[in-house]
Each structure stands twice: as structure tokens, then as C-alpha cells.
Ligand binder design. Structure first.
Ligand SMILES: [Zn+2]
Length: 288
């Protein structure tokens, strides 16, 4: 099912992106066994990055987020690509508390930074970063990033709702970004539109109906796409990395630990490469 919609609103002067990220956040909670507060904060970050991924231009485009903070989250990383495959992790998967708002501030904490590496697949990647504002929220951090690093006055609202058992019942993101020629009326409309109300409607009636109702637009020109939680790790990919370690190193690790073990932070999967793998990668050891 399509879960990302992009279109232009306010006389074609402002781009609107809306994504229902419920399935992505559910998958993240399941893979990383996130506590409710960790799920809330990470769910917001991966929702915002679903928007950032939808902006990538080239087929080979990739974008990565790194949040570093003295707050309880410690590290948050999310990567997405042009195909809208999203993956990531939050270092502290067990942030405690009942109040999500207050938990988000503790998670992002003091002296945090947000860095984004955007590679549209054409030229050199663009690297931008900003300090996480105070009080710290995912939405304000992204708005600050776009204002400071990309000079784009952007409105971002993310929403993550969990039930009493910590399961995600709804997650979404809505973003307004004025185009360079936007006039004052369009800029004002960008600032005053109630994006939370839009997300409430998305939960009730789905993205397309909600956008039609809130922006009074008919099914005009819009793009709908599918975003998913998708890790791109695989045994063949990791084998290539291990080959670059070299045979002696690989054989030594296997001799000491029984296998070369690799943990993928993005999907929480463990891989083990044994003597047999080493033989297939480098050829069978002689005089064995
Ligand atoms: Zn993985």
C-alpha cells in the first residue's frame, strides 16, 4: 500500500509531503525491542527521515542521519535511500518513563548535534549539521537543520502513538517546504497550517482523503510511493567486507573465537562466518 504522498499546495508554491510511517515504526520496535520512550523518539526520527529520503533525486540517492547527544538516547542513526528503504537504530533502546514529551527531551538532552549526509548519487555528498535546539525535540531539530544547513524554512511535524503495551498504533510525518519563489502569503500559510490536525485526519481517513479535505485540493498532480523498513545487510555483502580483512586475519579470528561474528546494528541481526566460509572465500587451507 502506498504510504507517502508528495504534492504542491498554496498555488503550487509550497511542497507538501505526508507519510504514514506506522509499519516502519512497528518494524523498528520489533527488531530493536524498544521501550516506549525509545520507540517514541526513534519513531519520530525515522519518520522525519522518510521525508528526507523522499526528497532524494538520483536513483542511487542515499541519506543518513546521525544524532549524538549527552542525553539518554546517546546515538541515533537512520539511513534511507531513493527507493524509500529506511533502517536505523537508537543506542539506548530502554529509555524509561511514562511521559513521552518529557522522555523525548531527556533522550535528546544537552549538547546534542544532528548531522545529515545526503548523497544524491551525482556528485560529492552534501554534509550538513546543526546543534540540537533547547528544549530538544526531533521536530525542532529537523526544522533547525533545514533552516541552518539548507536555508529552507521548513515545517515538520512527526507523530508517534503507542498503546499501553508499547505497540505502535500510528506514526506519521507531515512537512511543508516553500519553493524558492514562494510569496509572503505562501510563507505565512506554511507557518500557520495546523499539521498536527492534518496528521489526525490521516489517521482517520488515510493520506489522500486527508490531504484533499485539509488543503481543499482535488486529486491533482501528486506522487504516491511506498516506504518500508528495509536493511541492506546480507551475507554476500559482509563477505566482501571480510575479504578485505585478509585471509590471515580471518583465520586467526576463527581460530580464537570459532567464527568471525558480525552484528548489524540496523536490523539487529547476527552473522557468523566459520572455517567453511573462509575456505569458500579464500580456497581450502593446505595441509589441514
Ligand atoms: Zn542489517
Amino acid at each position: 500500500m502506498t504510504n507517502v504522498l508528495r504534492t504542491l499546495v498554496f498555488d503550487g508554491q509550497v511542497s507538501l509531503t505526508v507519510a504514514d510511517t506506522t509499519a516502519i515504526v512497528k518494524k523498528a520496535i520489533q527488531l530493536h525491542k524498544l521501550s516506549p520512550v525509545s520507540a517514541y523518539v526513534f519513531g519520530k526520527a525515522i519518520s522525519a527521515m522518510t521525508f528526507a529520503s523522499a526528497c532524494l533525486k538520483g536513483e542511487k540517492g542515499e541519506i543518513s542521519l546521525a544524532v549524538k547527544t549527552e542525553g539518554e538516547a546517546v546515538d541515533i542513526a537512520v539511513s534511507g535511500n531513493h527507493q524509500l528503504g529506511l533502517r536505523g537504530y537508537i543506542e539506548n533502546t530502554k529509555i524509561q518513563g511514562d511521559d513521552f514529551w518529557e522522555g523525548e527531551k531527556r533522550a535528546l538532552g544537552q549538547n546534542g548535534s544532528l548531522t545529515i549526509i545526503r548523497d544524491d548519487g551525482y556528485a560529492r555528498p552534501f554534509v550538513g549539521s546543526c546543534a540540537i535546539p533547547n528544549p530538544a525535540t526531533v521536530d525542532t531539530a529537523f526544522e533547525t537543520y533545514y533552516a541552518v544547513s539548507e536555508q529552507l524554512p521548513t515545517r515538520i511535524v512527526t507523530d508517534v502513538r503507542l498503546d499501553e503495551k508499547g505497540r505502535c498504533v500510528y506514526a506519521a510525518v507531515a512537512v511543508l517546504q516553500p519553493l524558492p519563489f514562494a510569496d509572503n502569503a505562501a510563507l505565512n500559510a506554511t507557518q500557520t497550517t495546523d499539521l498536527q490536525a492534518l496528521l489526525d485526519e490521516v489517521q482517520k481517513q488515510g493520506i489522500e482523503q486527508a490531504v484533499k479535505a485539509v488543503f481543499m485540493v482535488d486529486a491533482t498532480v501528486w506522487e504516491t510511493r511506498i516506504a518500508k523498513y528495509k536493511c541492506n545487510c546480507s551475507r554476500p555483502y559482509l563477505k566482501k567486507l571480510i575479504i578485505s580483512l585478509g585471509e590471515p586475519q580471518m583465520r586467526q579470528i576463527i581460530a580464537e573465537d570459532g567464527a568471525v561474528r558480525v552484528h548489524c546494528h540496523y536490523c539487529n541481526k547476527d552473522y557468523a562466518f566459520t572455517e567453511e566460509d573462509a575456505d569458500s572465500m579464500f580456497g581450502k587451507k593446505e595441509n589441514k
